[in-house]
Design a protein around this ligand. Structure first.
Ligand code: HEC
Length: 201
């Protein structure tokens, strides 16, 4: 009887994992989502979990963290933490909405640990080695990001607009922005052939 039950559970898990042919376009089943979330929670050492945030965030720190998030995290998580981006929607598992209780109920130590170490078998990278180049403070930056994640549910429209200027951009967007700036600064675009070719009145 026990053997049959075990085989049944294994088949159910396999079926759940293999649905949609291992494509990352699918939305993880409830079972997978529960396994994934709890697996990474189990992986966090208990002393890391109870570590307090050593950074008392000033307005300036919060702004730095916000722009850091716009630059390094928003590609997947979006500026508002919703995860509704091209990358976020294409990842499996999808990044969770960081504003919701499932994330907000994690301790500061858990959020810090996840940012530093990443989440294995998911798109969430480890950022621990991201410090030390161009003057960033590594662990301190991650603690500031923890403050920002706490702030996400209260993000204002103005903060969001500012973040958009710090999102990584491709060449097309840069060119478009340059054109807009030229327009706003009254720089006239180079004469186009058709403007020299106007019909005589
Ligand atoms: C390449 C995509 C990607 C980038 C870039 C990224 N993340 Fe993630 N992140 C994910 C995914 C996917 C998950 C979900 C992992 C899981 O299922 O446990 C995640 C999970 C998290 C979680 C855990 C949420 C929870 O409730 O379990 C936190 C916190 C987080 N990310 C913060 C950040 C921060 C801060 C940055 C930038 C420094 C960042 N992420 C950059 C993809 C990304």
């Amino acid at each position: 009887m026990v053997g049959v039950a075990v085989v049944g559970v294994v088949v159910a898990i396999a079926a759940s994992l293999l649905h949609d042919g291992l494509s990352s376009r699918a939305t993880p089943s409830k079972l997978e989502a529960v396994i994934a979330r709890n697996a990474h929670r189990l992986a966090i050492p208990s002393d890391a979990r109870s570590t307090q945030n050593p950074v008392v965030a000033s307005e300036e720190d919060l702004r730095a963290a916000r722009l850091h998030f716009a630059d390094h995290c928003a590609t997947c998580h979006d500026n508002d933490g919703s995860g509704q981006t091209l990358y976020g929607k294409g990842l499996y598992p999808h990044p969770p909405d960081l504003r919701l209780p499932e994330t907000q109920n994690l301790t500061d130590g858990e959020l810090f640990w996840i940012i530093e170490n990443g989440v294995r078998f998911t798109g969430m990278p480890a950022f621990a080695s991201a410090g030390d180049h161009n003057g960033h403070g590594g662990a301190l930056d991650s603690w500031k990001l923890v403050h920002f994640i706490r702030h996400l549910p209260h993000l204002t429209a103005a903060e969001r607009v500012e973040m958009e200027r710090y999102n990584p951009k491709g060449p097309d967007e840069r060119a478009e922005e340059q054109e807009e700036n030229n327009f706003l600064n009254g720089v006239t675009p180079k004469a186009k052939p058709e403007s020299q070719n106007q019909h005589p009145r």
